[in-house]
Design a protein around this ligand. Structure first.
Ligand SMILES: Cc1cc2nc3c(=O)[nH]c(=O)nc-3n(C[C@H](O)[C@H](O)[C@H](O)COP(=O)(O)O)c2cc1C
Length: 221
């Protein structure tokens, strides 16, 4: 049975990222019961101290927070989902904090031309990025996508990255609003009424894609 671990970076209880994730998990539930969602802002996690002792110890030297348990779950997962809002073209701090602690999963060496990364363990996972953003311009999520392209590659050439991006979402729960509800909201936000129909259809399509991806990645090969 596939193990799915999801890290949700939205601090909102009913954030759009949460709905993307909920649909992904519903799809995954068709094939597995091993599903775990963690809200990163609820974690007791310290910042990476940059001590670099992980390069020798092969694990993080901070032992009095949630990382030991979280890192074990990350390593055991088959599918690692990151659901997150875009904050200033990047990740919310709670999720970036988790990513920085990934430093302890790899040995890093300086070479003449750059840094060489070697993971302590063999990684062969599906990484999933479910991104929610206010802008209609997906380019604003590019820095996050580049970060994950980098992370998945340094953790092993067998990893796969899947990305779903949802746009023009300002308010909590917006992605699940009906056409009528979206019409009222767009009026308040001074957005053209002509956008409502297309955006509502797009939101539904994105949620469907999340469900489809969850179903696909949770199937045993
Ligand atoms: C601090 C902050 C920074 C944001 N920066 C961006 C941004 O750079 N680009 C963008 O498209 N949306 C930005 N947004 C909007 C959120 O990404 C958007 O509302 C998203 O749907 C929120 O997801 P959530 O409901 O899951 O929390 C920002 C929101 C906040 C609170």
């Amino acid at each position: 049975m596939k193990k799915i671990l999801a890290l949700n970076g939205s601090p909102r209880t009913h954030g759009n990222s949460t709905f993307l994730l909920q649909h992904f998990m519903e799809g995954a539930r068709q094939n597995t019961t091993s599903l775990n969602e963690i809200r990163t802002h609820e974690l007791n996690l310290k910042n990476c101290q940059g001590c670099l002792r992980c390069n020798i110890l092969k694990l993080c030297s901070i032992s009095d927070d949630d990382w030991q348990e979280l890192s074990r779950e990350i390593l055991e997962s088959d599918v690692l989902v990151f659901a997150s809002p875009i904050y200033f073209h990047y990740l919310p701090a709670s999720l970036k904090k988790v990513i920085d602690r990934f430093r302890s999963f790899v040995h890093v060496q300086i070479t003449e031309t750059g840094l060489s990364h070697t993971p302590w363990e063999v990684w062969n996972k599906d990484f999933v990025l479910l991104l929610s953003m206010g802008s209609p311009d997906k380019a604003e999520a590019r820095p996050v996508i580049e970060l994950f392209e980098f992370m998945t590659s340094i953790l092993g050439s067998s990893n796969r990255l899947h990305i779903i991006t949802a746009t023009r979402l300002a308010m909590a729960k917006q992605i699940i609003r009906t056409e009528e509800e979206l019409g009222i909201l767009y009026k308040k936000l001074n957005l053209p009424e002509e956008l409502v129909k297309g955006d509502c259809a797009e939101n539904n399509k994105v949620l469907l894609n999340c469900r489809g991806l969850g179903s696909k990645l949770s199937k045993l090969a």
